[in-house]
Design a protein around this ligand. Structure first.
Ligand code: PMP
Ligand code: GLU
Length: 398
C-alpha cells in the first residue's frame, strides 16, 4: 500500500517541470511540439566552462568537496559580488548548493519555524510557496496585476506585516512576470524592512543579467538592511548551465553556517567538477551573459509584438528574465471546437498544447489564474512559428 508522508501529500508538483515533461512525451510520440514551458537558456555553456570541467576531471577532482563549496569558487563568487554588484561578502558568507532551487530550500528550512509567515508577491515562481510549506511555515500572498507592472509597493508590504512575519521573498527580475524593481522601489521596500529588523528578505537574483532596462539593483545594496538579506543566485541562467546544478547564497555568516549544517546532513558538497566549471564561468566575466541577453531582447521584442496582435491577449513587455506573462481572461468561458469549455488558465494551456502544439505554463502555478506563461528562451524561428500557432488556436475558440 502506498503511504507517502502527509508533508509530501500536501505538496503540489512543480508545474513548470510537469509541463515540460508533458511536452517531451508528446515530442517522443512524434508530435511537433514547440516547448515554451520550462524556462531555460537554449544556448550551450561556453567553451571555457567545458574546458575547465574537463581539466577538473583530469586533475582528479573526484573526492568529496567541502560542504559549503571549494575555496576558489567561494572567492570567485565574492569577486563577482564586488565587481558586478559593489557588494562586499567574505567566503564565510557564501554557501554553494545544487542549484538556486537547493539554495532556496536550504534557506527556508534553516530559518523558518512552524507558523511563521512568509510574504510572497504574486505572481511568484512556482516553487516558493511549496518550499515554505515544506518548512511548516505559511505563505502569505501579496497580489499584484498587469496594471501595477506585477510589482508590490512598500505600502502594500507594510500593511501585510504581522507579528508572525518572518520573511519576504523578492524575485527581481521576476519569474514569471519579468518585472524589474527600480532602485527607488527597492529603497522604499528596504525602509519597511529597516523598521522591521525581525524580517529576512530572500532576494532571488537568478535573472540579474537578463535585464533589458539597465543595471541590476540588489536590495542588499542598502546598508541598513544588508544583514537581513539573503541573496540567491547561481550560474544556471547567467551562463546557460542549468544542468550543472550550481547555485549559491550570500548572507550573514550565521545563516551561511546554518545552511552548511543542513546541507552537510542532506546532500554534502556539490559535484566537484561542476564547481570547477562554475568557478571558470564566474571568473570569465560578463561577455557571454551579455551576448545571450542581446538575443533574448531581440526575441522578446519580436514575440511580444506577435502576441500583442492577438485579440484578447493582454501582453506587457517584460523588463527582465525570458518570460511573457500574458493575461488571458478574455478566453476563459470560451468553447473549443471539440466542445470543451476553457474554464481556467490550465485548460487554456492544455488546449494550446493539444490543438496548437505549443507548451506553456498555466498561471495557476504562479498564483495568477488569469494569466499564462510563455518562455522566449528559444530560437527566433520557433518563436515566430509558436506565435502563429497560438494565434490560430485561439481564433478557433468560440
Ligand atoms: N529561482 C527562479 C526565479 C528560477 O526561475 C529558477 C529556475 N527555475 C530557480 C530559482 C532555480 O534555479 P536553478 O536551476 O539554479 O536551481
Ligand atoms: N526556471 C525554470 C522555470 O521556471 C526552470 C524550471 C523549474 O525549476 O521550475 O521554468
Amino acid at each position: 500500500m502506498e503511504q507517502i508522508s502527509k508533508r509530501l501529500a500536501s505538496l503540489a508538483a512543480s508545474q513548470t517541470l510537469a509541463m515540460s515533461q508533458k511536452s517531451s512525451e508528446l515530442k517522443a510520440a512524434g508530435k511537433d511540439v514547440i516547448n515554451l514551458s520550462v524556462g531555460e537558456p537554449d544556448f550551450f555553456a561556453p567553451d571555457y566552462v567545458k574546458d575547465a570541467a574537463k581539466k577538473a576531471i583530469d586533475d582528479n577532482f573526484s573526492f568529496y568537496s567541502p560542504v559549503g563549496g571549494y575555496k576558489d569558487l567561494l572567492e570567485a563568487i565574492c569577486a563577482k559580488f564586488k565587481n558586478e554588484n559593489n557588494l562586499t561578502y567574505t567566503p564565510s558568507q557564501i554557501v554553494v548548493s545544487a542549484g538556486a532551487k537547493h539554495a532556496l530550500s536550504n534557506v527556508f528550512l534553516s530559518l523558518l519555524n512552524p507558523g511563521d509567515e512568509v510574504l510572497i508577491p504574486t505572481p511568484y515562481w512556482v516553487s516558493y510557496p511549496e518550499m515554505v510549506k515544506l518548512a511548516d511555515a505559511k505563505p502569505i500572498f501579496i497580489p499584484t496585476n498587469i496594471e501595477a507592472g506585477f510589482k508590490v509597493t512598500a505600502e502594500q508590504v507594510e500593511k501585510m506585516i504581522t507579528s508572525k512575519t518572518k520573511m519576504f521573498v523578492l524575485c527581481s527580475p521576476s519569474n514569471p512576470s519579468g518585472a524589474v524593481y527600480t532602485k527607488k522601489e527597492l529603497e522604499d521596500l528596504a525602509s519597511v524592512f529597516a523598521k522591521n529588523p525581525q524580517i529576512f528578505v530572500v532576494a532571488d537574483e537568478i535573472y540579474e543579467h537578463i535585464n533589458y532596462v539597465g543595471e541590476h539593483n540588489s536590495i542588499a545594496q542598502f546598508p541598513k538592511i544588508k544583514d537581513q538579506v539573503i541573496i540567491i543566485n547561481g550560474v544556471s541562467k547567467a551562463y546557460a548551465m542549468t544542468g550543472w546544478r550550481i547555485g549559491y547564497i550570500a548572507a550573514p555568516e550565521w545563516i551561511a553556517k546554518a545552511c552548511i549544517k543542513l546541507q552537510g546532513q542532506v546532500t554534502s558538497g556539490v559535484c566537484s567538477v561542476a564547481q570547477k566549471a562554475a568557478t571558470a564561468a564566474l571568473n570569465g566575466g560578463l561577455d557571454y551573459p551579455k551576448q545571450m541577453t542581446a538575443a533574448y531582447k531581440r526575441r522578446r521584442d519580436m514575440f511580444t509584438a506577435e502576441l500583442s496582435k492577438i485579440e484578447g491577449m493582454n501582453v506587457s513587455v517584460p523588463d527582465g528574465a525570458f518570460y511573457v506573462f500574458a493575461e488571458i481572461s478574455h478566453f476563459l468561458g470560451m468553447t473549443a471546437p471539440d466542445g470543451t469549455v476553457i474554464k481556467k488558465s490550465g485548460d487554456l494551456a492544455m488546449y494550446l498544447l493539444t490543438e496548437g502544439l505549443v507548451a506553456a505554463v498555466s498561471g495557476e502555478g504562479f498564483g495568477n489564474p488569469e494569466c499564462i506563461r510563455f518562455s522566449f528562451a528559444t530560437s527566433d524561428e520557433l518563436l515566430k512559428a509558436a506565435a502563429e500557432r497560438i494565434a490560430k488556436a485561439l481564433a478557433n475558440l468560440k
